[in-house]
Ligand binder design. Structure first.
Ligand code: X2X
Length: 335
């Protein structure tokens, strides 16, 4: 073999190996973690994303959903760390569940920060939303789009709650951020942190008296059937969902495929947000038909809850970031 021939052969081999390697970087299937499965808007958001990516990539990018936090043995607060370390490729996750690793995400859990949908949108679609996405990215995960779990309403098995004093001593199941311990303690309740997997059993046995979740979750999980016959629509917070992908996995996609994954997430998120918001009134009627006693708060009654939970802002604003909280509050006032 002439030197020139050998040289060309080496280049050709190198090019072949390079292209084989860059193809090998794409997995046959990417794991997508969710807490709630397809019967819930949350699961449907993930389904839509997977479907759009598959369609638009003509089957080149395949994703498979693992719901019920099964990739983290049911502990939804470990989802973010698992994604960061590459154990999970992608997720559609709640801001609450990722807040132990991304303190900025506690913003959405500040009680009564967002009175309506326009307030949520003013935060997620503005500068505060960008700052939050930057905070997620910095911690090893690339956020692509927003979705929505929904306004979280309070249910319990013993009484119609319309003032903070009604919560006195009630055992309430709360989600994984310590902020919720502070909110419910400030209201005089007795909060117990547990995963979603443990929540329904705890309600069934009466180990806890109450819980808080969006109406869609209350409805689909049939929380009314485990003795939760009182529901207060207090709109105290809403948890957005974030479509995201581990930085390690993100960096392996071509720029075109990154754009495809992102646009599909944006489209799936918008679709799910509109759908779940449009379903709330129907769900409320269904819940009432099932015999659940629903309490709507007057503005004055709501003010009493706002007053009672002010201490949560004092403690948590420095942890979330003074600037971010101010940015979000401004966005809400100017909505
Ligand atoms: O655990 C919950 O309450 C749930 C399903 O809403 C979340 O994952 C935040």
């Amino acid at each position: 073999m002439s030197r020139r021939h050998a040289f060309l052969t080496a280049i050709a081999t190198g090019m072949f190996l390079f292209s084989a390697a860059s193809h090998a970087q794409y997995k046959d299937e990417y794991t997508v973690s969710t807490v709630l499965p397809s019967a819930f808007p949350w699961g449907q958001a993930a389904d839509k994303w997977v479907e759009l990516v598959n369609e638009r990539s003509e089957g080149r990018i395949n994703m498979k959903i693992y719901s019920n936090s099964q990739l983290v043995a049911g502990d939804q607060t470990k989802e973010f760390s698992a994604m960061r370390s590459g154990l999970i490729d992608m997720a559609v996750g709640s801001t609450i569940n990722w807040s132990p690793q991304v303190p900025e995400l506690n913003l959405f859990s500040l009680p009564f920060l967002m009175p309506d949908y326009a307030a949520i949108d003013a935060i997620t679609q503005g500068e505060a939303g960008e700052a939050i996405f930057a905070a997620i990215k910095k911690r090893g995960v690339t956020p692509l789009a927003w979705g929505e779990n929904g306004f979280r309403e309070l249910s319990n098995s013993s009484l119609a709650i319309d003032e903070p004093a009604d919560l006195d001593g009630l055992k309430i199941r709360v989600v994984g951020s310590p902020l919720f311990q502070d909110t419910f303690s400030a209201l005089g309740a007795n909060p117990t942190q547990m995963s979603w997997a443990d929540a329904k059993p705890a309600l069934t046995t009466g180990a806890v008296d109450g819980q808080e979740n969006p109406l869609s979750v209350f409805d689909v999980a049939r929380i009314d059937q485990v003795g939760q016959t009182y529901l207060t629509r207090w709109h105290y917070m809403a948890d957005p969902l974030v479509f995201a992908i581990s930085n390690r996995v993100w960096d392996q996609f071509s720029p075109e495929d990154q754009a495809l994954l992102k646009q599909a997430a944006i489209d799936a998120g918008q679709w799910e947000i509109e759908k779940s918001r449009s379903e709330v009134d129907g769900i409320l009627a269904t819940i009432k038909d099932r015999g659940v006693n629903v309490t709507e708060l007057t503005p004055q009654q709501r003010d009493a809850f706002i007053e009672a939970t002010r201490s949560v802002y004092e403690k948590w604003t420095p942890r979330i970031g003074e600037d971010l909280v101010r940015q979000a509050q401004d966005a809400v006032s100017n909505r």
